[in-house]
Design a protein around this ligand. Sequence first.
Ligand code: FDA
Length: 391
Amino acid sequence: MQVDIAIIGAGAAGMFCAAEAARRGKSVLIIEAGAAPGEKIRISGGGRCNFTNLGIAADRFVSQNPRFALSALKRFTQWDFIARLDAAGIAWHEKTLGQLFCDDSAKDIVAMLVKDCEDSGATIWLRTQISDVTKGANGFDLATSRGAVRAKKLVVACGGKSIPKMGASSFGYKIAEQFGLALVETRPGLVPLTFAEQELEPLKPLAGVAVTGAVRCGKTQFDEALLFTHRGLSGPAVLQISSYWREGQAISVNLAGGVDTAAHLRDVRGQAGRIALRTALGHILPERLARHIEGISGITGNLADQSNASLDRVAGLVQDWQMRPVGTEGYRTAEVTLGGVDTDALDARTMEAKAVPGLYFIGEVVDVTGWLGGYNFQWAWSSGWAAGQAV
Ligand code: FDA
């Protein structure tokens, strides 16, 4: 089979790019290893797909060069994607922090993308393995389980390593390496953090406890919910910080959000000095957590017995609990893969490899990783759109 454009991967970026290119009159073939297109879209956002965010900005992306993404993000914006949904009759709403979700189902977005491919004339091959990619004088030759494909241009849109059981693979990185493109080291992002057994043991009774607090690592802080798990910490604030955390670093956990714990404890001591520390902490923390903090503080007796210094120490435990994760839950549960194809190797306007004319990389395989909250899909749409105009 001979086509203008072959795209590897029928995910968010690949399908979006395919329809754009096909609308420009190109013959387009998407080659997908899995049994269905857009599987990550389908399961995303608890089945409602957090498809973009109103607050798109360079500082919400982790990359060696966060400004690289801006060109594509400004040329195809969140409002452009919203207009596509509106035109397709897909209702949506803002949940929190600018995060937009489908009212009904993420499957509506998958169906829209598949229909866009069909209507524009792009073909999708499912359950197709690619065993070899080479470049010759007339374009790219792909050896696939459905036979040979020759394409004038090749777009790599096969995502990152996250959730291997859904078909995630390292294929995109391998192609980049094969053609001599630099890679930024990959690691799991937006992923729960884990603790070593001896630190985890005393935390085990807290599994399932959630608070709206904050987590800091270095200079980066996220004020959102966090959750104690059987292996460590999760919840939006922890997933966010995981993209900044490096092995060996400590994180600071604030369990009380905006509450001034020291002032609260002094107030309660003034008004009702006979109550126990855990009772006073229970005004601002879930009961299990209040008991735990009392336990590790070593404080016994009533609040009235405590000095200001003791109460300040307790406040420190609540608002600046230093914890040292040992690792993450890894690609098994990570929402995204950090790192990937070095943006220096790509043209920010077209996503084409500077040193390999006709070869493009879009979506998660590139070293551009968004925060939790719709940023990653917007990058998939924007980079897919940019390549779709250029191929
Ligand atoms: P994507 O992974 O979507 O697509 C790649 C495609 O390539 C897949 O269909 C795969 O099967 C295929 N492929 C892989 N190897 C291949 C090979 N060798 N040959 C052929 N095909 C191959 N983001 C967000 O913004 N909002 C959200 O709500 C969520 N929620 C969410 C939940 C969960 C559980 C996960 C795991 C991830 C999210 N994300 C998210 C992240 C988001 O899913 C991700 O950033 C995008 O899907 C990336 O789009 P891509 O098209 O680059 O890759």
